[in-house]
Design a protein around this ligand. Structure first.
Ligand SMILES: O=C(O)C(=O)[C@H](O)CO
Ligand SMILES: [Mg+2]
Length: 260
């Protein structure tokens, strides 16, 4: 049976951030994920987790000026110091929140400097820096391919590219975050690819396509996918990273079907 994690950067948007924890627990979620906890004092996040009996499943390393349009800094040559500071900040929060997975958002290709080889070298070096530090803390480091329709210019958009990065980094502590929604848009063949890469996938996320709404609103057969995850013995979390069409709680009928 899948373990569902509520992505609080997408779900319960009508509530203040820390109030989303209780709402997720009330709806039956056991785990949480979100872009990052950095705007909140650590103690308040821990209290909200503990008060609601929730597991902190995953969050991202600091990813630059998100509101200003940045989508990660890990491939950007002039941001290496900031990336390293972000590793320290993420480790600090992860220790307190007992979080075992941290995701790196790779970044957008800068419009004025599209030297892809340089960007790739910077990303690989940054991941080589982060992976052993995460390993020492018992934390898995992840990278996530993201679709180019929603994020034009994103540096890492396919599993082939993610595999190449894994190979170049050469760490056994670097994994893929496999988001079915992004992968449906970029490449399809969702479960064949999952099965082939399963050993290197440490987190999955879902949303339907088109629209990035609840499972059952589009073309992706999540009944099949979730039963295949069980059959293949995937014992990780399934992040619910979608935009609820009608309201988060009202739209959770799909999840109850798979919990029975
Ligand atoms: O966009 C996604 O799919 C992610 O998982 C990142 O965390 C950014 O939201
Ligand atoms: Mg995702």
């Amino acid at each position: 049976m899948p373990k569902f994690s509520a992505n609080l950067s997408f779900l319960y948007q009508d509530l203040p951030f820390l109030d989303r924890f209780a709402a997720a627990a009330r709806d039956g979620f056991m785990g949480l994920e979100y872009l990052g906890p950095y705007a909140e004092p650590k103690e308040m996040v821990v209290d909200a987790l503990k008060a609601n009996g929730l597991t902190q499943v995953l969050f991202n390393l600091p990813s630059g000026d998100w509101a200003g349009g940045e989508r990660g800094i890990a491939c950007l040559p002039d941001r290496v110091d900031e990336f390293r500071d972000g590793v320290a900040a993420a480790l600090d929060y992860a220790a307190v929140l007992d979080c075992k997975r941290l995701n790196v958002i790779s970044g957008l290709v800068p419009k004025d400097d599209a030297d892809l080889e340089t960007l790739e070298r910077v990303l690989v070096d940054n991941l080589r820096y982060a992976a052993p530090r995460m390993a020492d803390a018992g934390i898995k480091l992840l990278i996530e391919p993201i679709n180019l329709r929603d994020m034009p210019g994103f540096f890492l958009s396919t599993t082939d590219h993610a595999e190449r990065i894994l190979e170049k980094v050469g760490s056994d502590n670097l994994y893929i975050q496999y988001d079915f929604y992004h992968m449906q848009i970029m490449q399809g063949d969702l479960m064949q690819t999952f099965e082939r890469l399963m050993d290197r996938i440490a987190h999955v996320q879902l949303a339907d396509n088109p629209g990035r709404n609840e499972p059952g609103t589009g073309e992706i057969n999540y009944g099949f996918i979730l039963s295949e995850l069980d059959r293949l013995g995937y014992d990780g979390w399934v992040g619910c990273e979608y935009r609820p069409k009608a309201g988060t709680t009202e739209g959770l009928g799909w999840m109850r079907l798979y919990r029975m």
